[in-house]
Every structure is written in structure tokens, then in C-alpha cells.
Design a protein around this ligand. Structure first.
Ligand code: MCA
Ligand code: AMP
Length: 505
């Protein structure tokens, strides 16, 4: 039967001594060397009695070994569940429990905090550190560098990615091998990737963008990556002349443009800059073109769907739009009330269908039914329109979501925590414009009658409970929240009131 994901992304490189990862220490790992590492890890995983279909929850720093763990899971038929390194133990506990993970892999620094959580959920725990050390690699190094891939079909699950929900509970998006493969292979074609490409990779590898878009495209095309632990301006400027392509969130582009050392010559050997995960301002697009001569190619995707649309490689890359639906992806704009398809030009909710669309949320049939129609269309919650030339414009969000530096934050999750704090009657969390992160959350608190909530103490609680990127940059006390006649909080009014809060930050 085979294992399409392994065979088409990884196995195709067996025996190749061509570079795959250019690492921060100056070393280069070849495709063959990477596959050896992956096979050893796959042997270690099966040695831990994991079986195809088991979930492996992974919260580790970005490294070659971390990526090889992803390959090993594909090879052994395990479901890979990457987790943001910023998540606190409180957040992780939910993911481990909800997914029913059989194995937790974490940095040694989190071992103490996570051991009890793993034990409570009858999961094993292994460590993997940023430098490749830890118990998992100790096991792997004693193993053979060969592993017969587990038999899997394209319909088998390959990964769970948790996405926050409007109710505050995260949902595990179930992605099959076919979801990942179809998108990777389409993007290679659309963006003309070849084995000569060198991708400047500074994104985290626990999200769709850095893992499935960037890494899978390079795997499918046979190119290589300059694999940086994180976005660092000095590294980006130093290494760009060695790259041919870059993928980033808009913050990457605004930070590059904000530095005078980012001069045209640095990008003269680059053939393509791609942006996504959050709206790229048309101003950033034109400023980037003026500085470098390159027109950034913007595309649009989601955790549940991988990539949906892209501006064209050859045709006009239109600033402020996300381009056209990808081949095999159907996209329509519908009336939020009735679900009826709207004529081009009208604003409504974007819905998508295609081989890229996920299978539903793990163990959440009601939430799946609410967002994934029986006919296969996924209701994205993004507001958009299709212009007269077929370009898709995202004009806003029908869902209450804040995107900060490419990370999604659901206000409800923060509100639930704020509402529990002493002296707080209720709260509303809104996103306001931020020059570096695009948007940032601000918490508005209404004191309970006669109470004066201690904002510093509340911030300390937030600090220990939620990942850093979710922290409201400011807490504000207000006597009451603006409401409409139905009693619904008017977040638009609040956003308008506080839109200048970080205007010059
Ligand atoms: C880090 N911090 C953040 C963020 N990142 N706060 C808010 N929003 C963020 N995105 C915290 C840090 O912990 C730090 O805390 C402080 O803010 C400032 O850190 P700084 O050094 O400025 O940040 P950084 O480490 O340079 O990171 C910024 C970043 C990074 C480079 C924009 O967040 C990033 O790589 N974002 C990419 C996210 C991504 O891959 N999204 C794709 C999702 P302290 O103040 O305590 O020091 S996938 C997706 O959306 C779909 C599928 C799609 O279409 O792609
Ligand atoms: P996530 O749940 O992290 O996968 O984030 C997906 C969301 O990011 C989408 O539903 C959009 O709201 C947003 N998004 C992704 N790419 C773009 C883009 N190019 N322009 C505007 N919003 C985007």
C-alpha cells in the first residue's frame, strides 16, 4: 500500500547527498543525512510502543532534530501534533488531554512541569532540546538509520493542529496526508519551486506557515532551507544574499523595511518573497517594491485548509488582495445569514472546498458541523469579496479574532480569564492596530460594584496562565461596556475608541 506522505515528501530524497538544511552553526545537513536521522527517530518511536494513528504532542524549539521528528511521525504513521513553544503548562494540559496523545516531547526545561500532566493522561514523555540533545535523541542514536514506512493511505490522518475557538476552547484540526500533499504539490507548481531553491526559513515550525507551506514545499521540490531558530534582523540581512526565496508574516516585511541596512543589493539574487497569515498592508507592498524591486506575492490560508488562494507568479500581484483560488480549490462568497452564494463584488463570508480542506475537529462533531458543510465547503469566518478580475479581497473578519505578528488570538479565551479575576464584573478584549505586530490585544475591564480591580495583580495572573503572545498589551478600566439594543457588546465602538493607543509605539 505504501505511505504517500512519506514517499512523496521524504522518500524521494533517499540517498541524495544534496543539501537540505543549512544550520545556524554553519553545518549543512543533506537530504540523506536528514532521512537517516528521521529513520532513527522512527525506530525510537516504535520502540516506545507507539502505533500508527497514535498522537505525538511536540513542544520543542526549532531544530533539525525537531523537523526530523515530523518526518519520523510520517514514516511511522503517527499523527504529528506540534505546539507553540510559548504555551504555558495550563494551556498544554488541555491539548494533551484533548488529543489523547500517547507521547509528549518537550524541552528538558519543561520536563518537570509536564511530567505530571503526561502521567495524568497516561502519556509517555521524552525530551528534545534546541541543541538536539535529550532523551529522545539518546534513544534514536542507538537505532538503525533505516525504517520501513508504515502502510498508510492518503485518507489517513497525518497531523493535528490546534486552533483557538470563539468559545475559548481550542479545536484540533484533523489533517490527512492528502490535505498536506495536495497543497504542497500545488504550491511547488504555482510558485515555481525547484531543487535550486534556497528558502530563508525564519518562521516557527509549529504552525501551517512554517511547517506545511514552507517546509513541505521545499521537501516536495528538493530544494534547501537556511533554517534559522527565529526571526532575527541581523541574521536575515546577513543570509538573504545566499537565498532565492523567503516566506514570512507581514511583521517580517515591516521589520526589514524599518532597517536602513536592508538595501536593494541584499535581495538581488532572490526570485520570490511570499507573505501570508495576516493582511499585508498595500503600503508595505509598495514600499517593499520601491526598496527592492520585488513585488511581494501574497497568499491566503488557514490551519483548517492550508493554502486557499495566491497571487499569480507570472501575472499581476495585486497589492491588498490575496489573488485567485488555487487549482482544485473552489471559493465562494456567501450571505452570512442564509448561506446563499453572493454575486461577485458583494461582501460576504468566504467558503472554500477542495483537497486541502481538513476532515473536521477532533472529538467535536458539533463544531465540525457548524463550520464544515455537508457538501464539503468550509466556512472560513473571513469576510471577503471577489473583484471584477477574479482577485479575492479579504475585507475583515466575521469571527472575533485578533492576529498579532501572525499568531491568532481569540479574545474569548482572554475574556474568560479576565472575568474570573477579583473585582472584575466583566471584560471585553479587542484588537487594536500595532505598528510591529499588525494588531495587538487590549483588555477592557468593568469593575464589580464598589470594587477597584488590581490591574498589576491581574496582569501577573495573565502572565502565568496564557502564552506571552496572547497577553493584552494594556488593561483599561471602564464603567460599562457599550452595548446595542440586543445587549450585545459593541466591540466596533471600543476598537474605534482605542485605535490610536499604539499609533506611535
Ligand atoms: C513574540 N511575542 C509576541 C509575538 N511573538 N507578542 C505578540 N505577537 C507575536 N506574534 C512576544 C515575545 O515573547 C516577547 O515577549 C515580545 O513579544 C517581543 O518579542 P520580539 O522579540 O519582538 O518577537 P519575536 O520573537 O521577534 O517574534 C515576532 C515574530 C514572531 C517574528 C513576528 O511572532 C513570528 O515568527 N511570527 C510568525 C507566526 C506564524 O508563523 N504564524 C503562522 C500561523 P517579551 O516582551 O516578554 O520579551 S499559520 C497561519 O496563520 C495560516 C495557516 C497562514 O495563512 O499562514
Ligand atoms: P490560522 O487559524 O492561524 O490558520 O489563521 C487563519 C486566518 O489568518 C485566516 O482565517 C485569516 O483571517 C488570516 N489570514 C491568513 N492569511 C491572510 C492574508 N494573506 N490576509 C489576511 N488574512 C489572512
Amino acid at each position: 500500500m505504501g505511505n504517500p506522505l512519506y514517499d512523496r515528501l521524504f522518500g524521494i530524497h533517499a540517498g541524495k547527498d544534496t543539501p537540505f538544511l543549512h544550520l545556524p552553526d554553519g553545518q549543512t545537513l543533506t537530504h540523506a543525512g536528514f532521512l537517516d536521522m528521521a529513520a532513527r527517530i522512527a525506530n525510537a518511536l516504535t520502540g516506545l510502543e507507539l502505533e500508527p494513528g497514535d498522537r505525538v504532542a511536540v513542544q520543542v524549539e526549532k531544530s533539525a532534530e525537531a523537523l526530523a521528528l515530523y518526518a519520523a511521525c510520517a514514516q511511522a504513521g503517527l499523527i504529528f501534533l506540534p505546539l507553540n513553544t510559548g504555551y504555558t503548562a495550563r494551556e498544554l494540559s488541555y491539548f494533551i488531554e484533548n488529543s489523547g496523545a500517547s507521547l509528549v516531547v518537550c524541552d528538558a526545561a519543561s520536563e518537570t512541569a509536564l511530567t505530571a500532566i503526561a502521567q495524568n493522561n497516561r502519556a509517555r514523555l521524552e525530551t528534545l532540546n534546541a541543541d538536539g540533545s535529550g532523551s529522545l535523541m539518546r534513544r534514536a542514536l542507538g537505532m538503525l538509520p533505516a525504517f520501513e514506512p508504515a502502510n498508510r493511505s492518503e485518507d489517513d490522518l497525518a497531523a493535528f493542529l490546534y486552533t483557538s475557538g470563539t468559545t475559548g476552547r481550542s479545536k484540533g484540526a484533523m489533517l490527512t496526508q492528502a490535505n498536506l500533499l495536495s497543497n504542497a504539490e500545488t504550491l511547488v507548481q504555482e510558485w515555481r519551486f525547484t531543487d535550486r531553491d534556497v528558502l530563508l526559513h525564519a518562521l516557527p515550525i509549529f504552525h501551517t506557515h512554517g511547517l506545511f507551506v514552507a517546509t513541505n514545499v521545499i521537501l516536495a521540490s528538493g530544494g534547501s532551507m537556511i533554517f534559522l531558530p527565529k526571526f532575527d534582523l541581523d541574521d536575515m540581512l546577513r543570509l538573504m544574499p545566499q537565498a532565492t526565496t523567503m516566506m514570512g508574516v507581514p511583521t517580517f516585511y515591516t521589520r526589514l523595511l524599518g532597517d536602513n541596512r536592508f538595501i536593494r543589493e541584499l535581495s538581488q539574487d532572490m526570485r520570490l518573497f511570499i507573505s501570508g497569515s495576516a493582511p499585508l498592508l498595500a503600503d508595505t507592498h509598495s514600499e517593499f517594491e520601491a526598496r527592492t524591486g520585488h513585488r511581494i506575492l501574497e497568499r491566503y490560508g488557514m490551519t483548517e485548509t492550508n493554502m486557499n488562494t495566491s497571487n499569480p507568479y507570472d501575472g499581476e500581484r495585486r497589492a491588498g488582495t490575496v489573488g485567485f483560488p488555487l487549482p482544485d480549490v473552489e471559493l465562494k462568497v456567501t450571505d452570512p445569514e442564509t448561506g446563499a452564494t453572493l454575486p461577485d463584488g458583494e461582501i460576504g463570508i468566504i467558503e472554500v472546498r477542495g483537497p486541502n480542506v481538513f476532515q473536521g475537529y477532533w472529538k467535536m462533531p458539533e463544531k465540525t458541523a457548524a463550520e464544515l458543510r455537508e457538501d464539503g465547503f468550509f466556512i472560513t469566518g473571513d469576510l471577503g469579496r471577489i473583484d471584477e478580475d477574479g482577485y479575492v479581497h479579504i475585507v475583515g473578519r466575521g469571527k472575533d479574532l485578533i492576529i498579532s505578528g501572525g499568531y491568532n488570538i481569540y479574545p474569548k479565551e482572554i475574556e474568560l480569564l479576565l472575568d474570573e479575576q477579583p473585582g472584575v464584573l466583566e471584560s471585553a478584549v479587542i484588537g487594536v492596530p500595532h505598528p510591529d505586530f499588525g494588531e495587538t490585544p487590549v483588555g477592557i475591564l468593568v469593575p464589580a460594584p464598589g470594587q477597584a480591580p488590581d490591574l498589576d495583580a491581574i496582569m501577573r495572573t495573565v502572565l502565568g496562565s496564557l502564552a506571552r503572545f496572547k497577553h493584552p498589551r494594556q488593561l483599561i478600566l471602564l464603567d460599562e461596556l457599550p452595548r446595542n439594543t440586543m445587549g450585545k457588546v459593541q466591540k466596533n465602538t471600543l476598537r474605534e475608541t482605542y485605535k490610536e493607543l499604539f499609533a506611535t509605539a
